[in-house]
Design a protein around this ligand. Structure first.
Ligand code: ADP
Length: 800
């Protein structure tokens, strides 16, 4: 066999021995490892086999841990040296001259400000970090291109420096993470050493035949020494004494260091395993504690007997105070290692052989059965409770009156959870109090009536504390609480739980529930009630917002009504004097009050024209106000549409003639159709549409067309004017909207004509809209669509 193979074999054996050592402490109970017990893996076969299952799981865990360690090791190997801070902390300068780069001594910073030099700032993230200066050779000035080039070089340099800074910061962060990792390993090892209660060294000697404990600090003589490191932490040494007949080759040495590394891995695995097993023990202990507590609260809730006697004929409840006589033997009832009861056999003269074993079996079966029943009962209760939460919160979210909402929540909660009492306090921050807002039943209502309140900073109150600490608080037996303040209305309260109602980050109240049984509330109840309280809080906030919103809407409605009625009154008051101004101006213009000079004629003309304009405006405002306050009434009558339209065209034709526009009714129109509508209002709409068409058309024509469509008529007014941009086809129907204020100012107008027209047509259950390409000269077409029999729609006063 070649020597290399031989040593390979030896290493393999060494490994398998180490593996044995690794398994040993686990099979004997993990942390009970002592030096004496664990040294001889070969002779401890029995222990190994008795826990073969454990071992295979442990081996799997070991493998997983090993690969994790390998992963850490690779990370460690690629980590570079920590980066310096040079780019951030120190002032540095470099000179590039005659093809050389040299560091600039600090004394030379900054350079003299020469006349010909270029100075460009260096920046990083917008902050100045330095300066680049370029000196031309003597007697030479920079060209603009060169200056620009210098600028872009400075930018590049800035970028580069910024990159280097970022790189340095990243490297530093990595180095910090690495050292934190090392620190962690170090601390873990220290606690491990403490954990195995051995502040001295642990050592083993292996002499090809057996592994034996080794207590000296280090061997007297050794030929080779290797350190054992776990993540750079020195945790031990491997000493080698060689065969005098054989000198160690380089390969041998390399192998030894591999062995040392492998040992390190094994030891680390072992430590991690010990830790895992400690965690397991803790978890088991926690489960047992939970079992114990759950059983305690379970039995506390059962106020009646929990003992039964079976006398081979029947099962009868057995009083708490009765003590069984003549006990033959007893068997404990255990669940997960916790004592939950006792099986007692009494009155046997002689205990037959096998009876104890039988009783033991029975006790085991009974235990697991009782535990199953308890869990079943618990699950059922939880399911019922969750259902109740759903019912209560659904109800809460459908009630929009906050008081009613809270009342239904407390009543439902009390009834569905079978409680003695339930009530809700709401926080009133300005008074620093919790005010009782609703209480279940008569008692609750009475307490609310009397204005029951608790100061938020009250030391002893459970409710006040829950609001301060923002968690559910439970008192399991109020009689045991020296601080408990009994409520004369609730004499039977035995246990109580106060749950904060949190919405956003604010405690808006406290949900307080009480039971007449001690220990009624568990931590799980706290979770359930917390969920409920959260949902109630959300529903309450919604209801409050709803109330607030409805109040605002009502207020706005009233304001709007007041505004419209004010406008209606004002317009009326304005119209009377205005009519007399117009009337007298007209009289004077006619010359009835005597001859006028040219100036007087001109001025009076202006007074008359502007007065007319003002009258239009007032009429429009009055109409709008009437419509909005719901005071516009339609006078429906039957009439021939053709007559009204002819009437309108004759009124407006003078204006059209002034602008040389053709205004006509299309010959193929329906001349016969009769409709039921408010004649005066329809006339108003048509005048408005035709006037607009004339106003916004400079040349061409205005054509009116009437067509009957089933039980409706469609009237269109088509012009060849400036048109309306497509995106404004709707907005022209909004009050005071004008497409282009310059043209309109020229044309005159209020921006109320179309909105009023639309509302009037809509009151007839009709529609008014416009179509236009928006191209000047192509014009626009306004359409009025009316039912032949107007169905009057009462226009609701609207809120804007
Ligand atoms: P106004 O009193 O300003 O005419 P309207 O409500 O009647 O108020 O019209 C609103 C705006 O709609 C006008 O200012 C104008 O910009 C646009 N408009 C109405 N009719 C036409 C039309 N036939 N052609 C182009 N634009 C029009």
């Amino acid at each position: 066999m070649p020597p290399d193979d031989k040593s390979q074999k030896r290493v393999e054996r060494l490994f398998s021995d180490i593996e044995h050592i690794a398994q040993q402490p686990l099979s004997t109970g993990g942390n009970k490892l002592t030096e004496r017990e664990s040294v001889s893996p070969v002779t401890n076969e029995a222990a190994v086999s008795s826990s073969a299952k454990n071992t295979s799981t442990a081996l799997r865990e070991l493998e997983a841990l090993r690969s994790r360690i390998r992963e850490l090791e690779t990370q460690l190997n690629i980590a570079p040296a920590p980066a310096t801070l040079i780019y951030e902390k120190e002032k540095v300068g470099y000179v590039y001259s005659d093809d050389h780069i040299m560091p600039l001594p600090m004394a030379d910073l900054p350079l003299e400000n020469s006349e010909h030099g270029i100075r460009t700032p260096l920046t990083a993230s917008g902050e100045p970090i330095g300066e680049m200066q370029i000196e031309p050779p003597a007697e030479r000035n920079w060209t603009p291109e060169e200056k620009e080039l210098a600028n872009s070089v400075a930018q590049q340099v800035s970028l580069q420096i910024q990159n280097l800074r970022l790189l340095a910061a990243t490297e530093r962060a990595r180095a910090e993470a690495l050292s934190a990792n090392r620190q962690f390993t170090h601390e873990n090892w220290e606690s491990f050493m403490d954990g195995i209660r051995n502040s001295e060294r642990i050592g083993y000697a292996y002499d090809q035949a057996a592994v034996t404990p080794f207590t000296a600090s280090s061997p007297d003589q050794h030929d080779l020494q290797e350190t054992i490191n776990v993540l750079d932490e020195h945790v031990g040494n491997l000493f080698l004494k060689t065969d005098p007949a054989r000198i160690l080759t380089d390969e041998d040495k390399a192998m030894v260091s591999t062995v040392a590394r492998q040992i390190a891995q094994q030891i680390e695995s072992l430590r991690l395993l010990a830790e895992a097993s400690r965690a397991r023990t803790n978890a088991e202990e926690a489960t047992r504690r939970l079992t114990r507590e759950n059983w305690q609260s379970f039995t506390n809730q059962k106020n009646d007997t929990l003992s039964y006697a079976y006398d081979s004929i029947q099962v009868t409840p057995f009083g708490k105070t009765q003590i069984p006589q003549d006990i033959s033997f007893e068997q404990p009832l255990m669940v997960r290692g916790e004592l939950i009861g006792q099986l007692t056999v009494a009155g046997l003269k002689d205990v037959p052989p096998g009876a104890i074993e039988l009783a033991n079996n029975i006790a085991e079966q009974v235990s697991s059965h009782i535990e199953n029943l308890r869990l079943f009962e618990l699950n059922e209760r939880r399911a019922r409770e969750l259902e109740t939460v759903a019912v209560v919160s659904t109800t809460a979210s459908t009630v929009l009156d906050p008081d009613e909402l809270l009342q239904s929540v407390v009543d439902l909660t009390k009834e569905r959870f079978g409680l003695y009492h339930a009530h809700i306090y709401l926080a009133d921050e300005s008074w620093n109090t919790l005010l009782l807002a609703s209480g279940a039943g008569e008692v609750g209502r009475h307490m609310v009536m009397t204005g029951h309140a608790i100061q938020m900073d009250k030391e002893k109150s459970l409710v006040a504390r829950a609001s301060r600490e923002r968690i559910a608080l439970i008192v399991n037996d109020v009689r045991q609480e020296p601080d408990f303040l009994p409520n004369p209305f609730l004499p039977d309260t035995r246990s109580e739980m106060a749950v904060p109602m949190i919405s956003g980050d604010k405690v808006i109240g406290v949900f307080d529930v009480q039971s007449s049984a001690t220990s009624h509330f568990s931590q799980e109840d706290a979770n359930i009630y917390t969920t409920l309280a959260l949902q109630v809080a959300v529903a309450l906030q919604n209801a409050r917002l709803y109330v607030e919103q409805s109040a605002t809407v009502a207020q706005l409605r009233e304001l709007d009504r007041l505004k419209s009625s004010f406008l209606a009154n004002m317009s009326h008051e304005l119209r009377t004097p205005l009519n007399s101004i117009l009337g007298f101006a007209d009289v004077m213009l006619e010359g009835l009050d005597g001859p006028l000079t040219d100036y007087m004629q001109n001025d009076l003309g202006l007074i008359y024209k502007n007065g007319q304009h003002l009258l239009h405006l007032i009429n429009d405002v009055l109409d709008m106000a009437k419509i909005e306050s719901g005071k516009m009434n339609l006078n429906i009558e039957k009439f021939k549409l053709q007559e009204t339209i002819e009437d309108v065209t004759s009124i407006t034709s003078a204006l059209a003639n002034e602008k040389n526009l053709a205004l006509f009714i299309e010959p193929d129109s329906d001349h016969e159709v009769e409709i039921n509508a408010d004649k005066i209002r329809l006339r108003q709409v048509m005048i408005n549409l035709i006037n607009n068409a004339i106003k916004f058309t400079e040349k061409g024509e205005i054509a009116i067309h009437v067509a009957r469509e089933a039980n409706n008529v469609l009237i269109s007014v088509k012009d060849t004017g400036i048109g309306i941009p497509i995106d404004q086809l709707e907005s022209v129907f909004q009050e005071f909207t004008q497409v282009d204020t310059t043209t309109t100012r020229k044309a005159g107008g209020t921006g109320l004509g179309l909105p009023i027209s639309r509302r009037l047509i809509e009151m007839h259950s009709g529609r008014l809209w416009v179509e236009s390409s928006g191209v000047d000269g192509e014009g626009s077409t306004f359409y009025v669509f009316l039912p032949i029999e107007a169905k009057i729609k009462e226009d609701e006063p609207k809120v804007k």
